[in-house]
Design a protein around this ligand. Structure first.
Ligand code: ADP
Ligand code: MG
Length: 768
């Protein structure tokens, strides 16, 4: 049963209050054909909308099946509209981007009927209205009469008990009008049909009850209900539930009608994704390259342990950084104070002991290709230049021993990392190697010592075979009382039989794949030579004397042996003179990056449970270099991503605007869907589905374009760096980026979608 009790409805426009319905009371039978007549503006449409649950009454009551609708919730109204009511409008109100079959199916789709069932029923009702040959036409391919037939079919599809028709023939010619009226009469046989018309002739001809309205009031009713004699029958009300797939389907359909715009939108909003994807690919690739570079080449940098070392633990590093970057303001006092921030506290003095040397010698031999002990022992070297004997000042020259290997069979630093440009490796202690840098250069001091300064280009052949004379302490130093002086007669010194004639037998250069910072141009002598010099000189008179004396035997300077400095000074001069002692520094050459890690761990183990002053600080050059480079890479990546993110935000806003426009465009559709029983939730789902489609399209588009752009980017990089396929897009990053794109567009579309769902269905239907 359906009953209106003293229904009032008024509309406010500005200050003006328009009473559309005044105390309207009416009751309808379960099965009758009611025509409502009345002049324009008399409240007919308002009445119909209130009966259909599209509009809400201000006061009074609408009783459905003996139940007051005062306590109806949104979902009750939605279910009522969907199952119980079929609307037919003057302007047909078909969804233009869907074919007529889908239009008819819509109501059933909203109530969650299965697609097979929907199709069968839709075909059946389209057959009834005589449109079975036009199933796949779009509304704009039909005539007015045909469109109204589709609307009638749609109203019938869910088999509602009540059909509400608002001037269904208002836009049709008289011949078509009669056909439509016949159709409505036909369906009215077992339903309640309430039809608004301005045509009294049609009303009288077809309806079995005529109600007249004027100024919002009922002025006549040709067949009112007799409450006593007539039985009341109930209408059926089910439930609605649109699923997400339907929302996606609706949006896809809609998007198909504006492919160009959707594509451009997706393209525009994909720019941010493209940017980030490219940056990530590049930084990925560079990271990998750096990794490879590190593994291959940075391992060529030895681990350095020297007597005076930087304290490299985190705390001191941080303190040092703070002091360096301190921005304390300058004082304007007129006095000075003393500072307490001397760099000494960052310096760690390594006590290199024989125990530690033993520990070093026990490093796994597979991890080291060479160990170099740096000694400060002085060698007395002489060279004959232009017929004159000259002493070689070794202080400015880079002369060191060839790193020794820990086992007989391992190849050693020279074989592993150097190309022999000319000559060969030393086989006896008298033989030397000359290392040149990547440009085949050596310092001028070297050319000086070889007497080759006046030539611009020196042929390898000129260098190979060059001789240097080494003089031992006992020949070099002459004792004068308690003191020693260097022998002045250089010619005699030079020809002494005890001398060693050292000879350059090879020229070496670091292999091309190692970084040039690992090169160390200069002279290399063998360890055997070093051992021999130490064994000879440590027995020399000057060393014996110096050990006993508290004075420097060369300068006469007195050592203050009560102070650390004094002791150190005496030790230093003894070491210089060749007294065997622990080395000044150690350089460990690892086989590769992994072995470097193991060596570092091995050194850390040594420091465990040791007092601060007994710990050995080392410098892991490779680690310093690589953390520097990867830190810089990370910083650049973050900055670039931040920039690209701006375009993501812009596209998010853009999606918002575009969705807002879409909501405006589809207002009518929103009204239609609501009149068919769509819930607010369903409406927002439709728009969210649309943004979802745009988001996923733009994400995928972005990834595809970025992937394609990697080809030219990589070939450009190949030209620049000679490295192939640097930039690689990590699939995980791709997935994350697509998700971000979807997420951001959903955010952008959320407000418009919410707006759409809140639209008043009546107002929505009135928009054109
Ligand atoms: P009818 O269908 O009989 O022509 P309506 O029911 O559409 O009349 O309108 C009844 C009265 O209410 C009219 O005066 C109309 O201007 C007014 N009205 C209807 N809907 C609105 C609205 N949404 N806002 C303001 N006034 C409205
Ligand atoms: Mg009207």
């Amino acid at each position: 049963m359906l009953e209106l009790k003293k229904i009032n409805k008024s509309y406010r426009t500005g200050d003006f209050n328009q009473q559309a319905l005044k105390d309207v009371s009416l009751e309808f039978r379960k099965n009758e054909f009611v025509a409502i007549l009345g002049p324009s503006g008399s409240g007919k449409t308002t009445l119909l909308n209130i009966i259909g649950g599209l509009d809400k009454y201000d006061s009074g009551n609408l009783i459905i099946n003996n139940k007051s609708t005062k306590n109806f919730k949104e979902k009750d109204w939605d279910a009522y509209r969907n199952n119980c009511i079929g609307f037919i409008f003057q302007s047909y109100n078909l969804i233009s981007h869907m074919d007529i079959l889908s239009n008819v199916e819509m109501g059933m789709t909203l109530s969650g009927k299965k697609s097979k069932e929907r199709l069968k029923k839709a075909k059946e009702v389209l057959n009834i209205v005589g449109l079975k040959d036009h199933l796949h036409k779009k509304p704009n391919q039909l005539s007015g009469g045909q469109m109204q037939r589709v609307a009638i079919a749609r109203a019938l599809a869910n088999n509602p008990d009540i059909i509400l028709a608002d001037e269904p023939t208002g836009a049709l010619d008289s011949k078509t009008s009669i056909q439509i009226m016949d159709l409505i009469k036909e369906i009215a046989k077992d339903k309640l049909v309430i039809m608004v018309t301005h045509n009294p002739t049609l009303a009288k001809q077809y309806a079995n009850r005529i109600i007249e309205m004027k100024d919002g009031e009922i002025i006549s009713d040709s067949n009112p209900i007799n409450k006593e004699t007539e039985a009341k029958e109930n209408f059926k009300i089910g439930k609605t539930s649109m699923n997400i797939l339907t929302a996606l389907h609706l949006s896809l359909n809609n998007i198909r009608t504006k492919k160009g715009r959707t594509f451009l939108t997706a393209l525009a909003s994909s720019i941010g994704i493209i940017g980030i994807a490219l940056i990530l690919s590049l930084s990925n690739g560079f990271d990998k390259q750096i990794d490879i570079f590190e593994k291959n080449t940075l391992s060529a940098l030895p681990i350095i342990i020297s007597k005076q070392s930087m304290n490299l633990d985190e705390e001191s590093m941080q303190k040092m950084q703070e002091e360096i970057t301190s921005t304390d303001s300058y004082p304007d006092t007129s006095y000075i104070t003393f500072t307490d921030n001397d760099m000494d506290k960052y310096v760690h003095t390594n006590k290199i002991t024989t125990d530690f040397i033993d520990y070093i010698e026990k490093i796994s031999e597979e991890d080291v290709i060479g160990i170099n002990y740096i000694r400060t022992v002085g060698m007395n070297l002489f060279q004959k230049v232009d017929g004159k004997v000259k002493q070689i000042q070794t202080t400015n020259l880079n002369i060191s021993s060839i790193p020794h290997t820990l086992s007989e069979n391992s190849k050693g630093v020279i074989d592993e990392r150097f190309d022999i440009l000319k000559g060969r490796k030393p086989t006896t202690k008298e033989e030397l190697l000359l290392e040149v840098d990547s440009k085949n250069q050596v310092s001028k001091d070297f050319l000086d010592l070889l007497g080759l300064t006046n030539e611009e280009k020196i042929d390898f052949d000129e260098i190979i075979g060059k001789e240097i004379t080494l003089v031992f302490n006992d020949d070099y130093y002459t004792q004068l009382g308690n003191y020693f002086v260097p022998n002045k007669d250089l010619e005699q010194l030079y020809t002494n039989d005890n001398n060693l004639k050292l000879k350059i037998v090879g020229i070496i250069r670091l292999k091309e794949d190692y970084p040039s910072i690992a090169s160390n141009p200069g002279l290399y002598y063998t360890n055997e030579l070093l051992d021999y010099v130490i064994s000879q000189n440590s027995k020399s008179a000057i060393v014996k004397r110096q050990k006993e004396e508290d004075n420097n035997v060369l300068t006469g300077e007195l050592f203050d042996l009560n102070s650390e400095e004094g002791k150190l000074a005496k030790e230093t001069i003894l070491e210089y003179l060749g007294n065997e002692s622990v080395p000044y520094g150690i350089q460990i050459h690892p086989v590769d990056f992994e072995s470097k890690e193991r060596i570092v761990n091995y050194l850390d183990e040594y420091n465990q449970n040791k007092k601060e002053e007994e710990k050995i600080a080392y410098i892991d050059q490779a680690d310093l270099m690589s953390s520097l480079s990867s830190n810089i890479m990370d910083a650049i990546t973050i900055v670039l991503i931040a920039f690209s993110s701006i375009s993501l935000v812009v596209s998010c806003i853009m999606i918002g605007i575009i969705m807002y426009i879409s909501v405006l465009e589809r207002t009518k559709e929103i009204g239609i869907l609501r009149s068919l029983g769509a819930r607010k939730k369903d409406i927002s789902r439709v728009f969210n589905a649309e943004t979802f489609i745009i988001g996923i399209t733009s994400g995928l588009l972005g990834i595809i374009i970025a992937r394609l752009l990697l080809f030219p980017v990589n070939s450009l990089l190949k030209n620049l760096t000679d490295l192939e396929n640097i930039a690689i897009l990590n699939p995980l990053h791709a997935i994350i980026l697509v998700s971000i794109s979807v997420f951001l567009t959903l955010i952008g579309g959320a407000i418009p979608a919410n707006l759409a769902s809140k639209k008043d269905p009546v107002i929505a239907l009135r928009t054109e």
